[in-house]
Ligand binder design. Structure first.
Ligand code: AMP
Ligand code: MG
Length: 402
């Protein structure tokens, strides 16, 4: 049996690199960028006006000129039209390119227009005002996003702005979720009173989809030979096997035996934690990783979030262990077992904007319905039995909490 931190260390030392691939930027959400993105031109690409109004040459204003003849109207996207002398101006709209013969723009609110003559109504005019200068945000070839970032809407916006329509991203592991158990039927089948529907396959698959990982599914009965053979096949075709069930002490818990028979070396079996104690982890000679979680739905769910997702994040610049989320316990809690306890909690914000943690009592690791009412697991240290209101501990969210 290993501690949670030992288990974490063993798993996170198994970093993998599956190479890179190009994907259309619109389909790249949640992927890890593999190559820096640079600008293809200055941002903005021209001197761009930021309001609707008129553009003048400031020297004329400085000499006291207040009325200017409008000689052209420039809309966004048009090539700019120049003025030919200081007494002229152009009407110009937000987002348009400023003519190089002008240098200052005055918004319509400060101008009166009659008979095509614009009169400036204010003295508060500064040279160069209301102009977003070419290259002010970024210069051509500047790196705007570094490799290692996780692709999010802001990054997609930047990729679109610089015309980077194909993004180089890290390849994701090929994952299969293998559930086991004679008592399980698929959700679209009618269970006998002694059977249950398999939910884990779908919970795990749906969770992985949030990280852009598409997993295949396989269900196996509790049969040692079949399990061994299927594991052997899967080790050829996948980078990661996420298994569920059959890793405890039961007479039909064949998974550890089948894995070892199939050439997977155990790196640990059993973690000093609740839920999820029977968790088994190993790898074969080719480096295929096997996370074999207990079948209890809450255990499998906790193990996925606590161990597999941080492993997946090793590919990115985001160290989800360093950027742990913490919450303030809002009540006293006692937990006497010599185990690290992952307590289901709801994590509302208090009036100071801090995350607080309210324990949600369930009926143990089989009580999956309880997860509907909670937002996260709070990780309570093994060394303590008493946890006091006001104390702060890490939480592992499985819902959007803010
Ligand atoms: P096991 O780890 O195989 O002993 O399973 C522990 C408990 O989890 C048993 O009550 C199983 O019926 C249940 N269980 C195992 N696999 C699944 C699954 N895929 N979906 C829902 N419950 C499961
Ligand atoms: Mg079982």
């Amino acid at each position: 049996m290993v501690s949670v931190s030992e288990a974490e260390k063993i798993i996170l030392s198994e970093k993998r690199d599956y190479g890179t691939e190009l994907v259309p930027f619109e389909q790249a959400m949640h992927r890890v960028l593999a190559k820096d993105i640079a600008t293809d031109r200055d941002l903005p690409p021209c001197n761009r006006v930021t309001m609707d109004g008129i553009a003048i040459r400031y020297a004329a204003f400085e000499r006291g000129t207040r009325s200017f003849k409008i000689t052209a109207t420039i809309a966004a996207g048009m090539a700019p039209t120049d003025i030919s002398n200081d007494e002229e101006c152009v009407a110009i709209m937000t987002g348009s390119a400023l003519p190089s013969s002008t240098d200052t723009m005055i918004r319509y609110e400060d101008v009166a227009i009659t008979n095509n003559i614009a009169t400036i109504l204010t003295d508060a005019v500064k040279k160069g005002q209301n102009i977003h200068l070419k290259g002010k945000d970024k210069k051509q070839n500047d790196i705007v996003v570094k490799a290692g970032n996780i692709i999010d809407p802001a990054l997609i916006s930047m990729a679109a702005s610089v015309g980077c329509t194909m993004l180089d991203v890290k390849k994701l592991p090929r994952v299969i979720i293998i559930t086991t158990g004679d008592e399980l039927v698929m959700p679209d089948q009618a269970p006998t009173p002694y059977q249950i529907r398999s939910s884990n396959s779908f919970t795990l698959k749906a969770t992985l989809q949030q990280y852009a990982v598409e997993a295949d599914l396989l269900h196996l009965p509790d049969d040692l030979d079949l399990t061994r053979n299927k594991i052997k096949d899967c080790l050829q075709q996948y980078d990661v096997l996420l298994m569920c069930g059959g890793v405890s002490m039961g007479k039909f818990d064949y998974v550890p035996q089948a894995l070892e028979d199939a050439g997977v070396t155990r790196l640990f079996h059993k973690v000093q934690q609740r839920p999820g104690k029977p968790f088994w982890f190993g790898k074969n000679e080719q480096g295929v990783l096997v996370f074999a979680f207990p079948g209890n739905p809450v255990s499998a769910f906790l193990c996925l979030h606590r161990y597999f997702i941080p492993w997946l994040f090793l590919e990115s610049k985001v160290d989800c262990l360093k950027s742990k989320v913490y919450a303030v316990l809002d009540t006293d809690v006692t937990f006497n077992a010599p185990m690290q306890y992952f307590m289901q909690v709801k994590v509302p914000l208090n009036e100071l904007g801090q995350l607080t943690a309210t324990p949600i009592e369930g009926n143990g690791s089989g009580d999956f319905a309880n997860l509907l009412d909670s937002d996260a697991f709070m990780e309570l240290p093994m060394e303590q039995n008493e946890f006091k209101k006001g104390e702060v501990y890490p939480v592992w969210p499985f819902k959007k909490i803010i």
